[in-house]
Design a protein around this ligand. Sequence first.
Ligand code: HSE
Length: 408
Amino acid sequence: MKKIAVLGYGVVGSGVVELFYKNKEKIEKNTGTELDVKYILDLREFPGDPYADKVVHDISVILNDPEVCYVAECMGGVNPAFQFVSSCLEAGKSVSTSNKQLVAEKGDVLLQIAKKNDCNFFFEASVGGAIPIIRPLHTCLAGNDISAAAGILNGTTNFILEKMFCDKMGFEEALKLAQELGYAEKDPSADVDGADACRKVCILASLIFGKHVYPESVYTKGIRDITLEDVELAESMGCAVKLIGSTKRLEDGRILSAVMPMAVPEDSLISHVDGVFNAVMVWGDGFDKTMFYGRGAGKLPTASAVLGDIIDCVKAEHTVTSHEWILSDNTDFIAGMESFCAPRMYRTAVSGADVYADAAKSAGIEVEKTAEGGCIVSCCNNKVSDSFVKALEALGVKVFAEIPVLAD
Ligand code: HSE
């Protein structure tokens, strides 16, 4: 019999234990191995919990137990998760994690430690919760040259934006509801300011392009400034505002990664992804494009991905099948936002096709759509966008907001 240890008995960790015991027989049949959860590491006690007798408080109990071959890390944060996961890998125990901050900041180092110690470091749950995205990129789509990925990577902000769109709630009201329903944390900044989506973009970019992309290299803007007026204007132009995380290889080979609110046209599948669901579009030379969709957060959806990784660890034995990317010692391969090009939606004080056309002409772009209180212009970079805004202001039109449009 081989034993599993779960680090962290919060929402995800308890979900891993619950799902494991629910499907234990099936999992053992699938892996051809008898398995059990031996330890649950947490600072707290859980009196009355059916697995309270498995709770330990000292990582060395797990590290020194040769029966424990697999570890599910569900603690979150970098410290002490990094020390614990490194020590487990150094002891030859394969690790599956749901911790996106850990992978985004330390994935390169942990993958190397795993390889050196003939074990695996898997992180399917770190992007898109239950959605299989990491493994398909690494295996099913591995015969392609993947050029880009973009999508909705944060369920909380997607829920808030949907409430603004469908129920005409203001940002604060929608955030309050998300907190009441347990989607958003008391301190919602990691979700609403984009850090959570940024970490997921780092993981996708590192995996796709083979070199670690750190959070500092991803332009990140959250949804705090998005108003009901912005959402309503987007709707009148046939778009929904979504927080989009993206990474793409530019023609010069550099990588441009970003998180920002974007107006998504209704003919894009992504515009119809609502609530706490996530969706990721991936572009590659052989398969053209494909979309991955599912529950991006929550106890059992995330546990599903963690357990899938544990099952893969069991099947892999000591063969290293985890993905790898190299450490980046410089940022020469990273492009800045001056290389970002997209159509843009502007919300303005006064409307008028003529005034938009005049300003667009002087900036060298086209007006693609107009509506009461705004317009959408053709693809342009930030410099051109600034000159369009200046031209509008010179014509006496105040610009309240500029939101890039997601072009397919
Ligand atoms: N806070 C995250 C979200 C949880 O809302 O998507 C899953 O990473």
